[in-house]
Design a protein around this ligand. Structure first.
Ligand code: FE2
Ligand code: FE2
Length: 405
């Protein structure tokens, strides 16, 4: 049985005060792990005050990097709606049935806990761990804790406060003041890189705007597919150490030109500067990859070659694909609404061994084209050989290692 602390919050941004609390919880309760669970924020909140979900998650991940007992968890962010604590507790109780769960609660949360949705059920699933930080707060919270102890387990911990507020930090960031006493260096760097909290747009790629754009431009089915691909791309990026934000963005826009008339797709493809191979030229349904890359470059000003290539090659693949290209190609194959025979096997393989999954997916793609007497894309054939060679090299390497041992 492991002891796991659940630490929810907006983490906007995650700062040293959060880390201080997580450390107290970890040390005083001898926890094996603390999970930072960024909360979903209502979509109408402004960019100036709220960083997008994927950025808050990534900043939590950056904060967790230096501590092997700390992790970032995207459960609440992946929910359709803002999650009640009851559902979050239920999720972890279900996914960690052998473990003991501690829910970190602030003083105000403890005082109003009996107003919470299904609070009695929450206390059946978790121990409430409340840290009293202010002078006299411990004494003030005692009667609330006593009252709740009739229903579940409550732990009160007295700790020194670490005075810092996210509002103040955001204000300092906007004024370009030095925040390194409140934020770790990697988070400061990330905020600068992504241009967060400036009010100039939701992150580097202004994802919120793009979602609205796609919802208008695509049929509901294609829009859902795009959102699903974005989500699974982000998960794959997390597994394989890719850039979560780029993966999400590229997944979101990969089919952006799929539903415009073929003449337009053709024109964009021919103007793009990306030469189509023979099969791409002959097969209309492959045009949207090249047209899509051209579109996001010219309309959205995307200059990142990796994102452009991920969109350009998501239809056919190519030899020597980058991690992001592989992620988008594969996310497109295994997104939630896909239901072809063998999709579950492909999903498992993609999470375990991305390169092997690429090999399988490319083989399936080639076989399917041949069955229909279609033209084989040179890019796909080269990609297939590339991954085949990699698989063989891995196998050879493994057998040499086995022989040595
Ligand atoms: Fe596509
Ligand atoms: Fe797609």
């Amino acid at each position: 049985m492991r002891k796991i602390g659940l630490f929810g919050g907006s983490f906007n941004p995650p700062h040293k005060g959060h880390l201080h609390l997580a450390e107290i919880l970890h040390d005083s309760l001898a926890l094996d792990e603390v999970r930072l669970i960024p909360a979903k924020i209502p979509p109408h909140k402004s960019d100036r005050d709220y960083a997008p979900a994927e950025n808050r998650l990534e900043m939590c991940r950056l904060m967790a990097e230096a501590h092997d007992w700390l992790t970032a968890d995207d459960f609440e962010l992946t929910q359709k709606q803002i999650s009640y604590t009851y559902y979050t507790a239920k999720h972890f109780a279900k996914t960690c049935p052998e473990d003991r769960l501690y829910l970190l609660a602030g003083g105000d949360m403890l005082a109003s806990f009996t107003e919470w949705y299904r609070w009695k059920d929450i206390l059946q699933m978790v121990t409430l761990a409340c840290i009293a930080r202010e002078e006299g707060e411990y004494q003030k919270l005692l009667p609330y804790a006593e009252n709740l102890r009739q229903t579940g387990e409550i732990i009160l911990v007295n700790a020194e406060s670490f005075a810092v507020s996210s509002t103040k930090i955001r204000d300092m960031l906007r004024k370009n003041q030095n925040c390194s006493c409140y934020l770790s260096q990697n988070i400061v760097k990330y905020i600068k890189e992504k241009n967060l909290y400036t009010g100039s747009g939701a992150g580097l790629y202004q994802v919120k705007d793009k979602i609205a754009f796609l919802e208008n431009r695509l049929t509901p089915k294609r829009f859902r597919h795009s959102c699903n691909v974005a989500r699974v791309a982000r998960q794959l990026a997390q597994i394989y150490g890719g850039d979560l934000e780029k993966a999400y963005f590229a997944g979101l826009v990969h089919d952006i030109c799929k539903e415009i008339p073929f003449e337009e797709q053709y024109q964009q493809m021919m103007q793009s500067g990306y030469p189509p191979d023979q099969a791409e030229l002959h097969s209309k349904k492959l045009w949207h990859g090249i047209a899509g890359a051209y579109f996001i470059r010219t309309e959205f000003g995307i200059e990142d070659e990796d994102i452009l290539n991920a969109v350009r090659y998501h239809t056919v693949g190519r030899a020597g694909m980058s991690l992001l290209e592989e992620i988008i190609y594969m996310a497109d194959m295994i997104s939630e609404e896909r239901d072809y025979k063998g999709v579950d096997k492909m999903r498992r393989l993609a999470q375990k061994d991305l390169k092997m999954a690429m090999l399988e997916a490319l083989r399936d793609a080639l076989v399917s084209v041949m069955k229909k007497n279609g033209f084989l894309s040179r890019n796909t054939v080269e990609a297939y050989h590339y991954y085949l060679l990699q698989a063989q090299e891995t196998k050879d390497h493994k057998s040499i290692e086995d022989r040595k041992s």
